[in-house]
Design a protein around this ligand. Structure first.
Ligand SMILES: Nc1ncnc2c1ncn2[C@@H]1O[C@H](COP(=O)(O)O)[C@@H](OP(=O)(O)O)[C@H]1O
Ligand SMILES: [Mg+2]
Length: 351
């Protein structure tokens, strides 16, 4: 008998792998490592929509009854100024259908590849990501390009896919085409896929080989030795409060700033220890596609993920985490102490 969610895991990997290769190609060809020089966001738009179309097409082909809570919808593509973008999306998606993966991954795509799709077909698939989510049933939370700003800078971004069953994350797969496979060799092979299934551990693999390697958060002998990561964007995470929390904990190392859920991947394999995401805006609601796969990965690698008050993230309310504020992820044995420091920093800020 196969392990629970074995089919979901392998289809999610095949989907994320294909999308990661397409995203990597768009970034290399249209952006390069130096980032975009002008305010032209079209490369990320093309990658975002193409990846949502590709991942959704594979999920619906294998699990036609499931729903997708996807970040994108095609409404803004239907304007005359976006005609070119729409054509590029179709071209990229059709081109991706001609590219061949290996073994099980290629087999997973066989049915999708056998259907010829025009522009409107791809747009319709994108729009099937419009589920409102909720507490019951099977929902895939999809962020086709998480860290769009990182993508445009030529930096970190991630293709993120999580399966929620009755509001709980049970499978999480993320593709990080720019993350070094081996953190000890930052100039070595780039591109990793991170995989977690509830109760079955956390793993990573390369973009080229199906072999899964177990990963684990690092265990610290002293909290002051910890390193923490946070968003690059000061508008997404309160860098000032994060720094105060670090200082309360006696942490002297400066933060690692990184775009996207690559932060969860990074701490899950021990590159860092704590992920701090203190809200900047009072009203912002974190999106479920920004945290579902990453939070499961960290939990399966030995961590706890909660909001800034220590409350578990609630993925059952809809498209957002409206029952939570902020996100704090840390290894199990230090998480409570981190939350204590977060509360102290928040009290000080209020005083
Ligand atoms: N005011 C805000 N506060 C927190 N997160 C925000 C935000 N505005 C946008 N975001 C989210 O932050 C994500 C990027 O995360 P990070 O800052 O860790 O790189 C964005 O994902 P996208 O890039 O997919 O839009 C977006 O969903
Ligand atoms: Mg995102």
């Amino acid at each position: 008998m196969s392990a629970p969610y074995a089919k979901e895991q392998s289809i999610a990997i095949a989907a994320v792998l294909k999308a990661s290769l397409v995203a990597g190609k768009v970034q290399n060809e249209l952006i390069g490592t130096g980032g975009v020089k002008k305010a032209d966001k079209s490369p990320v738009t093309v990658a975002d929509y193409t990846c949502q179309a590709l991942v959704s097409s594979l999920i619906f082909s294998h699990f036609p009854e499931d729903q997708i809570v996807g970040e994108e919808d095609s409404s803004e593509l239907n304007t005359p100024e976006n005609a070119q973008t729409k054509t590029s999306i179709m071209r990229m998606a059709n081109e991706a259908m001609t590219e061949v993966l290996t073994g099980d991954e290629e087999a997973a795509w066989a049915d999708v590849k056998s259907v010829k799709r025009g522009e409107q077909d791809w747009l319709n698939i994108i729009d099937r990501g419009n589920s409102v989510g909720g507490p019951s049933g099977r929902h895939w939370a999809l962020d086709p390009i998480d860290g769009t700003k990182g993508f445009l800078r030529g930096g970190q971004y991630a293709v993120c896919l999580g399966l929620l069953v009755d509001g709980k994350v049970v499978v999480g797969v993320m593709g990080c085409p720019n993350l070094p496979l081996d953190p000890k060799n930052p100039e070595g092979e780039k591109g990793a896929i991170f995989v977690a299934v509830k109760g079955q551990g956390a793993f990573q693999r390369s973009l080229t080989s199906p072999e899964l390697t177990p990963i684990r958060m690092s265990s610290l002998s002293s909290l002051s030795d910890a390193s923490f990561c946070e968003s690059v964007e000061a508008g997404h995470s309160d860098h000032g409060t994060n720094a105060r929390i670090a200082s309360i904990l006696g942490i002297t190392k400066s933060s690692t700033r990184m775009d996207s859920q690559a932060k969860y991947c990074s701490i899950a394999r021990g590159d860092g220890d704590i992920y701090l995401r203190l809200p900047v805006s009072e009203t912002y609601e974190e999106k479920i596609w920004d945290h579902s796969s990453g939070s499961l990965l960290v939990e399966e690698a030995g961590g706890i993920v909660s909001d800034m008050n220590g409350k578990p993230l609630d993925f059952s309310i809809g498209r957002t985490l409206k029952g939570n504020k902020g996100v704090i992820a840390a290894e199990k044995s230090i998480h409570a102490e981190v939350i204590k420091a977060v509360q102290q920093a928040l009290q000080e800020a209020k005083a």
